[in-house]
Write a protein that binds this ligand. Structure first.
Ligand code: NAG
Ligand code: NAG
Ligand code: NAG
Ligand code: NAG
Ligand code: NAG
Ligand code: ZN
Length: 660
């Protein structure tokens, strides 16, 4: 395919190309290139653009100039077996890599210490390019879920680090690998998006085209900024973390504080900016009034934010700023009652924000956990994807600490009730789950309805799923399960089944010719509740004939996300540490994810001491690119132990009170 004079090709296994799996990527490459040519105001610098899918590739993709390499799932799309989530991933990854053809390749950074600018930038503009190729998806909003929340999670730990570090701190290959992390990609994207929002997108893009340096924009005459861009941005780039902005609507007092998940932890690393930021605050009121305020000191009184009964203030509209927001209790109450009466007045992204901020403020013991739990009450009215996904993630961290405890039963009962209206809604609009809705995001919400209903045991859900899977087992060449629903269906069917279901899933996995289908099966095989099957599966990860090397650590991760598999995976990793380290420890980006996955449920003193013992026992082998992740795991476990002591009883009481 030719874009002006650029020759565009997609390469992959012959069978995949013949099956049309490269067609989708081909169809979006040209529009995305056109978008970036306009965005950068610079022609694509080469005469050709090849994109190749490699069957075994450890990263997601790699932006070699003119010949981008991809994992198969990031490039190949088969409409008959791939889900809409797979399609979205292809659009965003292709867009990300093409963005690098200019930023990263045409111009590049002096050294790895500033990697964040390269990766953060591509991670931000990938949404813009994908939005141009797929304008009906509303994909720009999803940066909240896929980058901001991810960044907040690690950047609220004392073990975090600034976006940029000194050149001399990054030398060894493992140190360079370690830079390819959530901070560089996702915080980088979030901070650049904030900059683009307060400069406006045209000014931001123009700043790039002048010299591909963001700071040229200070010369833009119509900009009214309180400081030079350089001074504003340094506070976000050179110090780690981010603020929580607290608004007291009783007085109009607006203040900021470094947000840390563990309130008693001490930050050893001093910051030349004292952990204060220049913060752009977009806010709105119930009346519809909107404005922007810059918070430049620790606190300031802003009279328009003083409101009285019936009125509320909502700050960080569309979460365009990289910070969390807290309010006085009265304002929280007014926001909650707004959600429960007419939630649509609050922008959809901010409905997600209210949930996510509340749960994280509660984790940090800044607000009461019962207040956070109450933000989920209105979900019985919610039909939109972003708030539901935000809720699911907050609830998932509750599941992780409570699914082995006495809170679990009451929590299940409450959530079963909350998801029922959503499940019924999709039952009715999809003719008893025989079709999927048209809207791209509605399709994601449908998946949430099905998986949360099955997870909480809503009557009807597991039976449908088991029946679908049975049907497939009886006629393996004719899989009628809709691609969007397959991950959920496979997982719950294999969880409910035994060795027969597992072995069938394994055969289908080995036979799968579409990578996206193989991924769904591989991860579903980790859902069985049979310990012997899980242990056998763990052993398979050591044999590249059974599980490809690129997939080994994520398979172990999937097994540990299963409540039965978690202790098995932890034992397995400890027993095989030397081997795992030798094979994956230095080059691979997936290594830190493995540590996150196997420690995600840790929340007792016993588990903390096991973790510290593990660190001690393997000190001479080392942890390679997982070193930071291990430190974070220790910090997170410590915080959870303390939090549970203070909050567990309240959580239990609240869930019980809801079903009374
Ligand atoms: C671009 O930035 C570099 C480094 O700061 C500077 O030397 C060069 O003169 C700039 N070019 C333009 C066209 O502004
Ligand atoms: C505003 O709130 C901050 C943080 O709670 C506090 O330190 C400051 O004294 C308050 N300012 C006024 C004028 O009340
Ligand atoms: C917030 O986002 C929505 C949806 O993306 C958009 O329509 C709206 O204009 C945005 N509002 C502001 C104040 O940016
Ligand atoms: C949180 O709120 C609940 C219910 O309103 C109350 O019983 C509890 O004491 C509060 N906890 C704290 C730490 O304030
Ligand atoms: C869906 O199932 C219900 C109950 O089994 C049945 O009454 C209804 O007619 C079905 N609807 C469709 C569209 O098949
Ligand atoms: Zn990249």
């Amino acid at each position: 395919q030719a874009s002006r004079n650029v020759f565009v090709r997609i390469w992959a296994r012959q069978k995949a190309i013949k099956g049309g799996q490269g067609d989708y990527a081909l169809s979006i490459t040209q529009p995305i290139m056109e978008f970036f040519e306009k965005y950068y105001n610079t022609d694509y610098p080469l005469s050709k653009s090849d994109q190749i899918a490699l069957p075994d590739f450890s990263a997601g993709a790699m932006e070699n100039w003119g010949l981008v390499t991809y994992r198969e799932t990031a490039l190949l799309y088969d409409p008959k077996t791939s889900a809409n989530g797979n399609k979205q991933r292809i659009a965003t990854v292709v867009s990300h890599e093409l963005a690098h053809m200019w930023f990263g390749n045409l111009v590049t950074l002096k050294w790895w210490n500033d990697l964040w600018l390269n990766e953060g930038f591509a991670s931000y503009v990938e949404y813009l390019g994908a939005d141009y190729a797929e304008p009906t998806w509303n994909i720009k909003d999803q940066i909240i879920l896929y980058d901001m929340y991810r960044a907040f999670a690690v950047d609220s730990l004392v073990s975090s680090h600034p976006l940029s570090c000194k050149e001399e701190e990054v030398n060894k290959p493992a140190e360079i690998s370690q830079m390819f992390n959530t901070i560089s990609y996702s915080k980088g994207a979030a901070v650049l998006r904030m900059l683009s929002e307060f400069l406006t997108e045209p000014v931001f893009a123009k700043g790039l085209t002048v010299n591909l340096t963001l700071y040229a924009v200070d010369r833009t005459p119509q900009l009214k900024l309180p400081h030079r861009v350089h001074d504003i941005m340094n506070r976000w780039i050179l110090q780690m973390g981010f603020p929580v902005v607290t608004i007291d609507t009783g007085t109009g007092n607006v203040s900021q504080k470094h947000f840390l998940l563990e309130p008693n932890s001490v930050v050893e690393k001093p910051s030349e900016f004292n952990y204060e930021w220049y913060i752009p605050i977009n806010w709105m009121k119930k009346s519809g009034e909107q404005d922007q305020l810059w918070l430049l000191q620790k606190s300031a009184v802003h009279k328009p934010m003083k409101v009285s009964r019936g009125q509320w203030v909502l700050a960080n509209v569309n979460v365009s700023g990289y910070y969390r927001v807290n309010y006085d209790l009265e304002n929280w109450e007014r926001l909650l009652s707004q959600l429960n009466s007419n939630h649509q007045i609050i922008p959809v992204i901010n409905r997600a924000q209210i949930l996510d901020d509340a749960f994280n403020l509660a984790r940090a013991s800044i607000i009461n956990i019962t207040l956070a739990l109450r933000t989920t009450k209105y979900l019985s009215l919610e039909k939109e994807y972003i708030p539901w996904e935000a809720a699911l993630r907050s609830l998932n961290s509750l599941f992780l600490v409570f699914d082995r405890s006495d809170v679990y039963g009451a929590m299940q009962a409450y959530l079963r009730n909350q998801v029922k209206p959503l499940f019924d809604h999709f039952t009715s609009i999809t003719g008893n789950w025989t079709t999927v809705p048209l809207g791209h995001n509605d399709q994601f919400t449908q998946i949430i309805a099905l998986s949360l209903a099955c997870k909480t045991g809503l009557p009807g859900c597991r039976d449908i799923i088991k029946a679908w899977f049975r049907q497939w087992m009886q006629d393996p060449d004719n899989n009628k399960i809709h691609p969007n629903l397959r991950s959920t269906v496979y997982c719950y069917a294999i969880a409910a089944g035994g060795v027969e279901e597992w072995d069938f899933g394994w055969r289908m996995f080995k036979k799968a010719t579409v990578a996206a289908e193989a991924v769904k099966l591989r991860s579903a095989l980790a859902c069985t509740r049979e310990p012997w099957l899980l242990n056998r599966y763990l052993e398979y990860t050591l044999d590249p004939e059974k599980i490809r090397k690129q997939d080994a650590t994520s398979t172990i991760g999937s097994i540990s996300s299963n409540i039965v598999g978690q202790p098995l995976a932890w034992n397995f990793v400890r027993a095989r540490w030397e081997y795992l380290f030798k094979v994956y420890g230095t080059g691979s980006f997936s290594f830190s994810r493995l540590i996150n996955d196997i420690t995600a449920r840790f929340c007792t003193s016993f588990e903390l001491s096991e973790l510290k013992q593990f660190q001690k026992d393997n000190a001479d082998v080392g942890f390679g690119s997982g070193t930071q992740a291990l430190q974070q795991a220790i910090e997170k476990t410590t915080a959870k132990i303390k939090w549970l002591e203070d909050n567990k009883q309240q959580v239990l009481q609240w869930f019980i009170s809801q079903s009374a």
